[in-house]
Ligand binder design. Structure first.
Ligand code: TA6
Length: 298
């Protein structure tokens, strides 16, 4: 069955063996099993902490959380009542319909409209839709934001990818010469000055929390036994994050040494706010390809 709807999630299965699992809570992709070689067993490409809550009690620690309408601590006057990373990842989305179901791929659409809980903290009328598409070796996740109100909707959006990888051997490329903001140096809310990325290859051997601005929207995340390629549209910025023990040990739902098993490479529009005119729709797209990932055993 290519699309299996369950009580709290939907599971997409590709005829060649890959699969993806999406919780309705947060529209959070919590598993992407991708087939690597012909006839090989699918490999899990995403990291979810063994201590993650999957019952809707709090945002999932791992997978692909959807960040909207603010990234990080709220800074926009309209976001004053929101929690870090906004409400999209902690709201229950609706299964809308199957977009595609054939040998090329399986795709579903989920939606989120203002619930009473959202309306109590956020003044805008909007429609979010999230289209998740599974191909044999690729996962695409597209966020559509429609402004249903009569005034401009100013937002940030980001796809918080937890890529399963041996963190100390990861190399993220295509970031050289970009301006970035080092959040490991900021105190609460303080802004750091921009740095310029001088490295051809960015690693996460130490605590890393870097917000790259005006990025190329095409990244390689490589490690000795595999890697993924990320291509995006409209996500002008990208964040690279790994808390290491320094910050990771303070994260309540992070498994012990969990930070050794992932790197977050997060396409977003997070420097500044996108202003969406009434009635208009903005679409941020990403496609992650697992060309040669081999199993990364924990
Ligand atoms: O995207 C990186 C980041 O903004 C880090 O600063 C860290 O806070 C991470 O997100 C996780 O945030 P969370 O609210 O999920 O604990």
């Amino acid at each position: 069955m290519p699309v299996e709807q369950k009580k709290d999630r939907v599971i997409l299965k590709h005829p060649k063996g890959s699969s993806v699992e999406i919780l309705y809570y947060g529209a959070t992709v919590i598993s992407w099993l991708s087939v690597i070689g012909q006839g090989s067993q699918p490999v899990e490409c995403l990291f979810v902490s063994s201590k993650a809550a999957l019952d809707g009690s709090k945002p999932v620690r791992g997978g692909i959380p959807v960040v909207f309408p603010c990234f990080g601590a709220p800074s926009h006057p309209e976001h004053a009542k929101l929690s870090q990373h906004g409400f999209a990842r902690s709201s229950t989305w609706n299964f809308d319909y199957v977009v595609m179901d054939n040998d090329a791929g399986v795709s579903v659409r989920l939606t989120l409209s203002p619930t009473p809980a959202i309306q109590s903290v956020y003044p805008h009328d909007f429609l979010l839709s999230y289209v998740v598409t599974l191909a044999e070796h690729q996962l695409s996740t597209d966020l559509h934001v429609t402004n249903k109100s009569d005034k401009p909707l100013e937002f940030q959006a980001l796809l918080h990818n937890y890529i399963r990888a041996p963190a100390n051997e990861v190399a993220v490329s295509n970031l050289q010469t970009l301006n970035y903001y080092d959040k490991t140096e900021t105190t609460e809310g303080a802004q750091t000055a921009a740095k310029v990325e001088s490295r051809e290859i960015v690693d996460v051997r130490r605590f890393t929390d870097s917000v790259y601005e005006n990025a190329p929207q095409h990244y390689y995340v490589a490690w000795p036994e595999g890697g993924v390629e990320i291509k995006t549209v409209n996500f002008k910025d990208v964040v690279v994050w790994n808390p290491k023990a320094e910050a990771g040990s303070k994260i309540g739902d992070m498994e012990v040494n969990g930070w050794d098993h992932y790197v977050c490479v997060e396409p977003g529009h997070v420097r500044g706010f996108f202003s969406l005119e009434p009635g208009q729709t903005w679409i941020g797209q990403q496609t992650i390809t697992s060309p040669g990932s081999k199993s990364h055993s924990l």
